[in-house]
Design a protein around this ligand. Structure first.
Ligand code: AP5
Ligand code: MG
Length: 228
């Protein structure tokens, strides 16, 4: 076990690798605030905010939103008290940020370089299948899949009863572009974070992937609830 507890944790993985699914399982077990930049941007779109309208033009075509927009969004968000331990030190689970080397540089410049990066590794063929069948709940953020994690009632969120939607960027042509963006702009982070990275095989059943991720957080000093 590491001598220090890792509280600045980042999930890295291709679109559809299961970052959101794993994050939900981790925050249920460890006291971490889940910051999904994709969810934050989609909330800004729904609220009709200027940053949301700008981001939508990139998201809808499977491109990354400009670094300066994302850095500002996260810099502000991590100041909130739910991203701090009682002694003021940072505590968060980032999902989808950083996604480029300049974003990683910006995080480090703020003294927030991660002490643990969990890389969820899944081959491209598997993620295409996952994304085309994904259904999400805009109300509570729950993620379902018509084949791999079907809701109890068609089109209805198991957690909050809200209506499930098919994300506008979850269509074949856009999925391919998102995968290209991941390979070109995000995959270099795996090398950058070499000293703090832990790879998890994401091409397994969801509960097996979660169990592996839980083991990684425990190895890095986190104590959590539950048996998994
Ligand atoms: P974002 O929302 O972060 O999308 P993403 O990275 O493409 O990842 P996803 O949310 O699509 O997938 P996931 O890994 O969370 O998988 P999930 O758990 O849902 O970003 C969207 C867009 O916002 C970007 O394209 C970009 O434009 C912009 N953006 C965001 N952050 C940015 C940044 N930092 N810089 C610039 N732009 C940014 O699982 C997928 C499906 O598979 C689900 O249906 C799930 O039920 C199923 N599933 C999960 N695990 C398993 C399993 N083990 N086996 C079978 N099925 C599984
Ligand atoms: Mg996600």
């Amino acid at each position: 076990m590491s001598s220090r507890v890792a509280h600045k944790i980042i999930l890295v993985g291709a679109p559809g690798a299961g970052k959101g699914t794993v994050a939900k399982g981790l925050v249920d077990r460890f006291e971490l605030t889940h910051l999904s930049t994709g969810d934050m941007l989609r909330a800004a779109v729904s609220a009709g905010k200027e940053v949301g309208m700008l981001a939508k033009t990139y998201m809808d075509r499977g491109a990354l939103v400009p670094d300066e927009v994302m850095v500002k969004l996260i810099s502000e968000r991590v100041q909130h008290s739910d991203c701090r331990n009682s002694d003021g030190s940072p505590r968060f689970l980032l999902d989808g940020f950083p996604r480029t080397l300049p974003q990683a540089d910006a995080l480090a410049a703020e003294g927030l370089a991660p002490d643990l990066v969990v890389f969820i590794d899944v081959p491209n063929e598997a993620v295409v299948r996952r994304l085309s069948g994904r259904r999400t709940c805009p109300s509570c953020g729950s993620v379902h899949h018509i084949e791999f994690a079907p809701p109890l009632k068609d089109g209805v969120c198991d957690r909050c009863g809200g209506g499930l939607v098919h994300r506008s960027d979850d269509h074949d042509a856009t999925i391919r572009k998102r995968l290209d963006a991941f390979a070109a702009q995000t995959a270099p982070l795996v090398q950058r974070y070499g000293s703090v990275i832990e790879k998890v095989d994401g091409n397994q059943l969801p509960e097996v992937v979660l169990k592996a991720a839980v083991a990684v957080l425990r190895k890095h000093g986190n104590t959590g609830q539950g048996n998994i």
